[in-house]
Write a protein that binds this ligand. Structure first.
Ligand code: PLV
Length: 322
């Protein structure tokens, strides 16, 4: 079997984004992974540990965790069932089926789909693949930070890391990766959209919060409760995590600008992590003294996403009137 399923992705310097933000911007191009997002790192690692003898895997997902699980399962010769909510764009159903997965559409948001995936795991004896809440996922995601360190070379360290937060799996992986390379003094800017802001709500409340509903169009950020580990990291003083929100309009604008300037199409979930560069949020954080005035290179995790095409982009534009 392959040593692992993910690729070592490029670290690109973006001239146009550097111009927007006033410091060098590096893009970790996780969009170029097989199945289009970082998810393959953690899910590949988890499946290699837990699913080799499996009679089938079941994964609840907004879309991208499912894509990764379907891809990995196919490579391992194991059947995959992917449970997604009705809020996931229709186009992802075909993409999942093309990878050989059976797709079930259950409930309105990811939390509903997850309840069904857990039930199926129990009743059918399938291996449950969680999309964000598992130490093996975080360990798998952490590999991206060792790659960044290797690409930057000795003596170069990011001034800050920009990362999108859904259920918090990527955030936990990035933190673990920062620890692995001894960069725990690098501040993390954890981005969500308004209406998919379970991490921000938890940070503000000082306890885990379950949102009533997901009202953002960034459906892949749409977990109602962030994972406990991500919340715990926000409470410890070991690392600086700045939790910030952008509107759906700002996230979509970032997707469009990124497409125009970098010629890469990503989901709104990823747009949330790009938006601070275009919206002036980085500069505001510097003015407020929450980031240093003279900032080292900004590392942006381009988490990617497969639930997007030109038609979906048009739909989102019409819906959000940008
Ligand atoms: N998406 C998960 C959870 O959805 C999924 O099932 O695919 N960027 C992209 C493109 C994503 O797909 C996700 C997660 C994230 C960012 C956030 O990652 P997380 O959930 O590990 O914080 C409901």
């Amino acid at each position: 079997m392959a040593k692992h399923f993910h690729l070592n992705t490029p670290l690109l310097e973006s001239v146009s984004m550097s111009k927007h933000v006033g410091t060098t911007v590096y893009l970790k191009m996780e969009n170029s992974q097989p199945t289009g997002s970082f998810k393959i790192r953690g899910i590949g690692h988890l499946c290699q540990q837990l699913a080799t003898q499996s009679k089938g895997v079941v994964c609840s997902s907004g879309g991208n965790a499912g894509m990764a699980a379907a891809y990995v399962a196919r490579k391992m010769g194991v059947p995959a069932t992917i449970v997604i909510p009705s809020s996931s764009p229709q186009l992802i159903v075909q993409r999942l089926q093309d990878l050989g997965a059976s797709v079930k559409i259950i409930g309105k948001v990811w939390d509903d789909a997850n309840a069904e995936a857990l039930r199926l795991a129990e009743t059918e004896g399938l291996t449950y693949v969680p999309p964000f809440d598992h130490p093996l996922l975080w360990q798998g995601h952490a590999s991206l930070m060792s790659e960044v360190a290797a690409s930057l070379g000795p003596g170069v360290k990011p001034g800050a890391v920009l990362v999108a937060v859904g259920g918090g799996g990527l955030l936990c992986g990035v933190i673990q990766g920062l620890k692995d390379v001894s960069w725990t003094d690098v501040p993390i800017i954890a981005m969500e959209t308004v209406g998919a802001d379970c991490f921000n709500a938890a940070v503000k409340a000082g306890r885990l919060v379950t949102l009533d509903d997901i009202t953002s169009e960034a459906k892949c950020l749409g977990a109602k409760t962030v994972c406990k580990k991500a919340f715990e990291y926000s409470q410890c003083r070991e690392l600086t995590i700045i939790s910030e929100l952008v509107t759906d309009q700002q996230a979509l604008h970032a997707v469009q600008t990124f497409l125009d300037e970098e010629r890469v199409l990503v989901e709104m979930a990823c747009g949330a992590a790009l938006a601070p560069v275009y919206s002036g949020l980085i500069r505001r954080l510097q003015e407020e003294g929450r980031l240093p005035g003279v900032l080292g290179p900004l590392l942006v995790i381009v988490c990617g996403g497969s639930s997007i095409d030109t038609q979906q982009l048009t739909n989102l534009k019409n819906k959000l009137q940008t």
